[in-house]
Design a protein around this ligand. Sequence first.
Ligand SMILES: [Fe+2]
Ligand SMILES: [Fe+2]
Length: 398
Amino acid sequence: MVSTLFNPVKTLIPNSASLQCAGRIVFVDDDLDILKAMERMLRSRQVPWNVKYFSSSVEAWGFVQRNCVDLVISDVSMPHMNGLELLRRLRDNPTTRNVAVLIMTGLEDDALERQVLEFGATDLLCKPVRTDLLIARISSSLKLKQAHDQLRQQNERLERMVTERTRQLEDSRTEIVLRLAKAAELQDEETGHHVLRVACYSRIIARALCLPVDFQESLFLAAPLHDLGKLGIPAAILKKPGSLTDEERSIVQGHCKIGERLLSEQCPLFEHWLGRNVTAARVKSEPDVLLRTAREIAATHHEWWNGRGYPRGLAGEAIPLTGRIVAVADVFDALTSPRPYKPAFSLDRSVAIIREGDGTQFDPQVVRAFLDSMDEIEEVYLQLRMPDSNSKPEMAAT
Ligand SMILES: [Fe+2]
Ligand SMILES: [Fe+2]
């Protein structure tokens, strides 16, 4: 038989000086006499609470899930769902987890009492409960619940602020990195999105290699700085049409070490004026992943898999994976873009040249990942290619 729900919502006048905390309460007991007595007693005391009375714990559970409730006062021994089961469900459900729960029991059972508290009841009352004691316990449970709610809301607000602030910092860091990369790009290219394309191609390759998402993101942000060292190379050499002399070539090749140095050096004077604490914190903390990755790439993106690259002649896996990936992305973009000394090569010809470098200039695994991702690579190429390469790309050899 479905239990009786009586006295739906009790809105009582909050005029009791000792009971300042308003609350929404669900009272559950399968004994109708107890429910009626409780209702009479609370009404006579003019407590400032909205109370709903249920003789069925199943109905009470349904109500609590659908409504905003601050406190459940429940009997233990009830048919269909006893007080412990109701308590367990309340604690397991994310929407009811924070509801305060007072368990009332007529059983003198230490093990039960311990279990009730272990299950997360706010308090335990032994029947018969004195009126003044019950009201005091309800009042303190509601105040405790209110304090927890405020604390939780404050924490949520702080978490939202931290998340927003972190996002702003990340955005501003990304912005600075891209602008710095663009500054370096201006040294030898007047238009285009070389650094952005290299970043996109690198991330696509990293994804095809099933590298962790964090790695992909660091690579994407750091790759645009691969040619940062070109800031230290005279623009007259970088923009020179035609071929370079041996001396000029060696000057250009110096951009790897210049970039590495720019991304390695600490700036003690700057840090001094920034504040001593910042410096101390930085010394203690891990090196910044973005800076470390950018330094690695700047230093190694012209190394060759067979050891015949520069500046150090590293070979195979002695070259960091970041450098091996950006090497393919950078060369592919240089091939498909017009340069002072050559037109933009077609996609087919550029891909063929990358294939030719498989195992000599480039890591075979990286080349395979690059070729496997050709659809995505082509999409980036079409979206971000330079205006010049739109109008007069070199035709593919047929
Ligand atoms: Fe470079
Ligand atoms: Fe480059």
